[in-house]
Design a protein around this ligand. Structure first.
Ligand code: FES
Ligand code: MG
Length: 591
């Protein structure tokens, strides 16, 4: 492997000394030095051979989920200094999942690119990655993967549990549920707002097993965080203590030259896939882990997710698949307790994979007890068996992910109960071109949506809706909700919030906007999904499909909205599909 931007052979000096202590170029050394002296650092410190440690700060007023990192950074700095390093805190392009339009995932690759430039271009020997809200974790791990200087992640931690009238209210999950109740006229707008606000009671990220808890848990499972770090709620004292320990540890990692490529190996990704099934992780996880792997040159695709993850049971009882929230997960033992259960059952494939503290994941977790057996179950008595993803393929797309752990009893009874064909369902397609089209037409009786309809959302992949929107989980029309039908199968080339429990087929690649099979689908087509075979097809002849394709090409292809910003245009021109991590194609060669 060549061209590892930050690679430092054990025998050479610290990377930062190329800037601050380079006897071959005293003029440039002086120029580099003088500006960092102007706020009180001394020449002695900068030329002492102490490691310079970046703190990649993702907290800001625009990023409430990660805002607490502004406080935690004080403890990170203290840890760095206690271990003999010099901290350099700097801002990362903000990514707030709920506030960014058109979608926060447009910004993952932008934050990645910018952080690569910072890590490569400044005198940093190692970096603490402050992670939390959904896309911040993959963006920062991707950059660390590309530059490959010693790096450790620090989660900001989940919010405290939300409560309303004696019931746990979980981020996102309660919003989807309350929106249905609002639409069905069961509650008014004020009560709706009160319930939704109750789910966000403190600093921190989403307290459900959404994309944030998933990605932070997987950062720990990959070995990129200290053991036990992911689950500590943001306001707890242990969170500040973990920040201090993380700061201390990164200095040793620089001294040991322990780099992302040493930790995030193929084996570590295989462990993470298994952990993802066990925790009931988000369907965004394959997108982000495949992306991180590509930036390391590690082979990983959606077939691996099914092969390694599908048969693993769900053992963590967190919403949306279960009932508890982030505080409960922490009290039960967090990620180390989950890994311990997997180790006991012999299900974790690579106990020897090395982690950020220099020990193996097996050694870190083997003796960890589960402190609440209702929140973290055993592999022998799980919440659900075979809870991983299925990777569907057919004439609709080459790859799409279905999260089997959230398929409800209602859905199973209605769609998967045919004794001759227990894992297949067929339905009539109702097709929407983007979320605006869905909102405009979903209540239109002329669509004839009934219990046997399958809702399709297209034009929402990385190119179509730049960045790929979280819009595939579509609420049925009010008339069906009133009849008690709470979910229809949804299929699309966009994504779904990790906090949603809808039985959806997601991340379809290639997307309609680049000529994928979804672009050829028409209202009223019969579609068949077979979970056992892993197939998803429009039930029409090859000839008909081909003539539709030619008609589409003649029409100039599937139309998508104009670019609204320069980045939308730049990214659209070079972004890969969701199955391949939605990475910037030219960036993956820098490894
Ligand atoms: Fe930021 Fe969920 S919106 S973590
Ligand atoms: Mg999300």
């Amino acid at each position: 492997m060549t061209n590892r931007l930050g690679r430092r052979p054990q025998t050479t000096k610290l990377r930062s000394q190329q800037w601050f202590d380079n006897p071959d170029d005293p003029g440039m050394t002086a120029l580099y030095l003088e500006r960092y002296l102007n706020y009180g650092l001394t020449r002695d410190e900068l030329q002492s051979g102490k490691p310079l440690i970046g703190i990649a700060q993702t907290g800001s007023d625009l990023s409430p989920c990660n805002r607490h990192h502004l406080d935690l950074a004080r403890r990170v700095r203290a840890g760095i200094e206690a271990a003999g390093g010099i901290p350099f805190e700097f801002p990362v392009h903000p990514i707030q999942e709920t506030g960014k339009r058109p979608t926060a995932s447009l910004d993952r690759n932008l934050a990645y690119l910018a952080l690569v430039e910072v890590l490569y271009g400044y005198p940093l020997d190692g970096v603490v990655l402050t992670v939390g809200c959904d896309k911040t974790t993959p963006a920062l791990l991707m950059a660390a993967a590309t530059v490959n200087i010693p790096a450790i992640a620090l989660s900001v931690g989940p919010m405290l549990n939300g409560w309303h009238k004696g019931r746990r209210t979980g981020s996102g999950t309660i919003v989807w549920e309350s929106r249905e109740r609002l639409a069905a006229g069961e509650i008014g707008y004020d009560e709706f707002m009160e319930i939704v606000a109750s789910s966000a009671p403190s600093v921190g990220y989403c307290n459900t097993m959404g994309t944030a808890t998933t990605m932070n848990s997987l950062a720990e499972a990959l070995g990129m965080q200290l053991p036990g770090s992911a689950a500590i709620p943001a306001p707890y004292r242990e969170r500040g203590q973990m920040a201090y320990q993380t700061g201390k540890r990164i200095v040793s990692m620089v001294n040991e030259d322990l780099k992302p490529s040493d930790i995030m190996t193929r084996e570590a990704f295989e462990n993470a896939i298994v952990v993802n099934s066990a925790i009931g992780g988000s369907t965004n996880a394959p997108i982000h882990l495949n992306a991180i792997a590509r930036h390391l040159g590690v082979r990983l695709d959606n077939d691996d997710w099914q092969k390694l993850g599908h048969d693993v049971p769900l053992i963590v009882n967190l919403q949306p698949a279960g009932e508890y929230l982030g505080e409960d997960f922490h009290h039960a033992g967090g990620v180390p307790a989950v890994v311990s259960q997997l180790l006991k059952a012999g299900v974790l494939p690579h106990p020897d994979a090395v982690t950020a503290n220099g020990r193996s994941i097996g050694d870190n977790c083997r003796d960890v007890e589960t402190l609440d057996a209702d929140v973290i179950r055993t592999v022998a008595e799980p919440l659900r068996p075979r809870a991983g993803f299925i990777n569907l393929k057919g004439n609709l797309f080459e790859s799409a992910i279905m999260k089997t752990s959230v398929i409800s009893k209602e859905f199973r009874d209605r769609y998967l109960s045919n004794p001759d064909d227990p894992e297949a369902f067929e339905g009539r397609a109702v097709v929407f071109d983007g979320p605006e089209d869905y909102h405009a037409r979903i209540e239109d009786p002329a669509l004839g949506i009934d219990e046997n309809s399958i809702l399709f959302m297209r034009g929402t992949g990385p190119v179509g809706y730049p960045g790929a929107a979280e819009v595939v989980n579509m609420q049925p029309p009010a008339a069906l909700l009133k009849k008690g039908v709470h979910a229809l199968p949804c299929i699309g080339d966009g994504r779904q919030s990790g906090t949603s429990g809808s039985p959806s087929v997601l991340n379809a690649s290639p997307e309609a906007a680049v000529g994928g099979g979804l672009a050829l689908l028409r209202d009223g087509d019969r579609v068949r999904i077979d979970l056992k075979k892993g197939s998803a097809d429009i039930l029409i002849s090859k000839d008909e499909l081909e003539s539709r394709r030619q008609a589409l090409v003649k029409d100039g292809g599937y139309a998508f909205p104009e670019h609204q910003t320069p980045w939308q245009e730049i990214q659209r021109a070079m972004v890969d599909q969701l199955a391949d991590g939605m990475v910037l194609k030219p960036a993956v060669k820098f490894q």
